[in-house]
Design a protein around this ligand. Structure first.
Ligand SMILES: Cc1cc2nc3c(=O)[nH]c(=O)nc-3n(C[C@H](O)[C@H](O)[C@H](O)COP(=O)(O)OP(=O)(O)OC[C@H]3O[C@@H](n4cnc5c(N)ncnc54)[C@H](O)[C@@H]3O)c2cc1C
Length: 468
């Protein structure tokens, strides 16, 4: 790597100014280190998933204050044992600590009930479409940036890191800033660039044969730079095939009012999801995040339809969410077919009528007999199955929306990047959605998005010499 243009030496360079990066930088700065954040977004309110976030800290939809042992067991269970044990312990232990630390930073967390006990404030939870300006993540990033500056740190906007090189007692970071090339040397580097969901080729390689047919439910900024840079100096990666996402009306591909809410997850997980041939292809009982992944893997991710009845539409799956598909989805232009028979519904939805009727009949019969787990594909839990018997019947064409990748750079419980031989790479850390080994496993187990910032807090602790 040639040193070109301006050069700068500092204690810590953080790549990415999302929540994970700003937590790591602030914590290291609090412990006396000079931290410089490189952020490729040039705007004052540069876009990233942390700016867009709804702001609920949770661990697999559990209160982060539920206690380390319970949370650790939850992480292991929801990922079917995929999560690294050391990392799972850190996340379970640091969940409560991160909430305390954020509060001490002056960040307001509100309790909205259920598992939404620690939500970045002000929270926005009504209507359809998108509002982020002046809400949860936006306010939080501004506050953390101000704190970093007060601690002598800096965030360099419009500065995109492109390469790393291990250099004696530190790491060289090559980047481009608006004025040209710039390079840094630092004793520690934290990669926190948010994953690779915005890199079509990487998504095609690891997640879906047709990435252009997934709804980008993200800021468009996570292009896999950190992963590429880390791999170039020997880092291991894991769990690349899974992502965190939701099901939306297929119309959301062209209608921005239909994302990031309302979702169609609860409708799909209560009824069935069929492909263009009218056949089930995945276990709906595993929920919307799992189904989003299953749909993304199909040859045509835009060919699936959720089928359900009026008991589902008018009951908790349709109306229970704070931003419910009934009535929001049709109100803002999402297609909802309804008919008094399954055959008529099939005609409206462009599905083969006899095949759809056979699929629904088989499902209802298994429901009545209590043999849903014996169906092919099986229908299991944790989401409660509903029969599809109460006319009118409904068909909602859906799409798979990708929010952030679950796979990525392998880190241990100290946030240290692990190389392909299983050894930590000296001085190199990673945090946030760029890491792998926490979320994922065979059922796309979702531990959480924001909670990955605990790994940033741990990185800051370790870099600053705090052994908490
Ligand atoms: C609509 C929406 C709602 C959500 N709601 C929730 C929720 O309620 N709860 C939850 O747990 N999760 C939620 N999430 C997910 C959560 O917001 C993310 O998992 C989390 O914010 C990721 O943080 P991060 O710091 O890892 O990445 P990001 O916030 O994406 O930040 C990464 C930053 O790195 C920068 N960057 C990238 N490449 C480079 C480079 N080469 N050089 C310099 N900078 C670079 C990017 O520009 C970006 O600013 C939601 C996401 C969305 C989109």
């Amino acid at each position: 790597m040639e040193a070109m243009g301006r050069t700068e030496d500092t204690d810590v360079v953080v790549i990415g100014g999302g929540l994970a990066g700003l937590v790591a930088a602030n914590r290291a700065a609090e412990l006396g280190k000079r931290a410089v954040v490189l952020e490729k977004g040039a705007a004052d309110k540069y876009i990233c998933n942390s700016r867009y976030t709804y702001g609920t800290f949770h661990i697999n939809f559990n209160d982060v204050m539920a206690g380390e042992d319970k949370l650790y067991a939850t992480i292991v269970a929801c990922t079917d044992g995929f999560a690294r044990q050391d990392l799972a312990h850190t996340v379970a232990r640091y969940g409560a600590r991160l909430m305390q630390w954020l509060r001490a930073e002056g960040i307001e967390l509100t309790n909205l009930g259920q598992y939404h006990t620690n939500v970045l404030s002000p929270a926005w939870r009504s209507g359809a479409g998108f509002k982020w300006d002046g809400y949860a993540g936006d306010v939080t990033l501004q506050k953390l940036e101000a704190n970093l500056k007060k601690r002598g740190g800096a965030i360099l906007r419009g500065t995109r890191a492109s390469a790393l090189k291990l250099a004696g007692s530190g790491i060289e970071i090559q980047a481009a800033e608006p004025e040209g090339a710039v390079s840094f040397t630092a004793r520690a580097v934290v990669i926190a660039d948010g994953g690779f969901q915005a890199n079509m080729e990487m998504v095609r390689e690891h997640i879906s044969p047709a990435p252009e047919k997934l709804l980008p439910r993200h800021g468009g900024t996570a292009t896999g730079d950190g992963l590429r840079m880390a791999q170039a100096i020997g880092a291991a990666v894991t769990g690349m095939a899974n992502f965190y996402g939701h099901l939306h009306s297929r119309d959301a591909m062209s209608n921005p009012l239909l994302w990031p809410r309302p979702q169609a997850d609860d409708l799909a997980a209560a009824g069935i999801v069929v492909d263009a041939q009218g056949r089930r292809f995945a276990d709906e009982g595993l929920g919307g995040i799992y189904l989003s992944n299953a749909i993304a893997r199909l040859a045509d991710p835009l060919g699936t339809i959720a089928i359900f009845d009026s008991a589902i539409w008018d009951g908790p799956p349709g109306r229970g969410h704070v931003q419910p598909p009934n009535p929001l989805l049709p109100e803002v232009g999402g297609t909802v077919h309804r008919a008094n028979s399954i055959e008529e519904l099939a005609v409206l939805a462009g599905l083969p009528p006899q095949q759809l009727k056979d699929t629904v009949d088989r499902y209802n019969k298994a429901f009545d007999a209590g043999t849903l787990p014996q169906l092919s594909p099986p229908r299991s839990g944790p989401h409660k199955p509903w029969p599809i018997k109460a006319a009118p019947f409904f068909a909602v064409p859906i799409c798979s929306a990708i929010t952030n990748t679950m796979g990525g750079i392998v880190v241990n419980g100290d946030a240290a990047v692990i190389d392909v031989n299983g050894k930590p790479i000296p001085g190199l850390y990673a945090a946030g959605s760029t890491i792998g080994g926490l979320n994922g496993g065979p059922t796309s187990g979702y531990v959480g998005g924001l909670i990955n910032a605990t790994v940033g807090l741990r990185a800051g602790d370790v870099i600053g010499g705090f052994n908490g």
